[in-house]
Design a protein around this ligand. Structure first.
Ligand code: HEM
Length: 117
């Protein structure tokens, strides 16, 4: 299950960066139907595999970091949506915010600690 989760982590960030690239260089391609569906499928897979891991690992007693991950994942998705909608420097600002969220989620996942303590 963990490997599945990590596979979705890699696919989500790769497909996000690829779609930002397409939005800059080849926006018509983004209109293709499968490219519209793909990010939702990957995000659902990431969330479901994460929930699966919560049950597998008896994390119910120490859930603070999982709540933080879920909230940051929502923030990552919202910032990602703005990244795709905006252009120019505003797009770059939202992209930076989304990437910071993602990096922070990985930091929380590895340390199981929400803050830098
Ligand atoms: C963008 C979103 C996410 C990213 C980047 C991410 C990243 C990661 C990474 C890198 C690990 C491996 C940590 C390690 O082996 O030390 C992990 C494990 C895990 N993740 Fe996520 N995750 C995300 C979303 C979620 C969500 C939404 C949930 C829960 C609903 C979740 C629950 C878990 C659990 C329970 C583990 C297993 C911890 C363990 O047993 O060591 N993750 N995640």
């Amino acid at each position: 299950m963990k490997h599945l989760h990590l596979l979705f982590v890699a696919l989500v960030i790769t497909s996000f960066l690829w779609r930002v690239y397409l939005a800059e260089k080849n926006p018509e391609k983004l209109a293709e139907k499968w490219l519209k569906i793909l990010p939702h499928g990957l995000a659902a897979g990431l969330l479901l595999s994460g929930i699966g891991l919560v049950f597998q690992g008896n994390w119910a007693d120490n859930y603070g970091w999982i709540v933080a991950k879920v909230l940051l994942m929502v923030a990552f998705i919202v910032l990602g949506i703005f990244t795709m909608k905006e252009q120019g420097s505003r797009r770059r600002a939202f992209l930076a915010g989304a990437l910071l969220c993602f990096i922070y989620i990985v930091k929380i996942a590895v340390s199981k600690q929400v803050f830098f303590l």
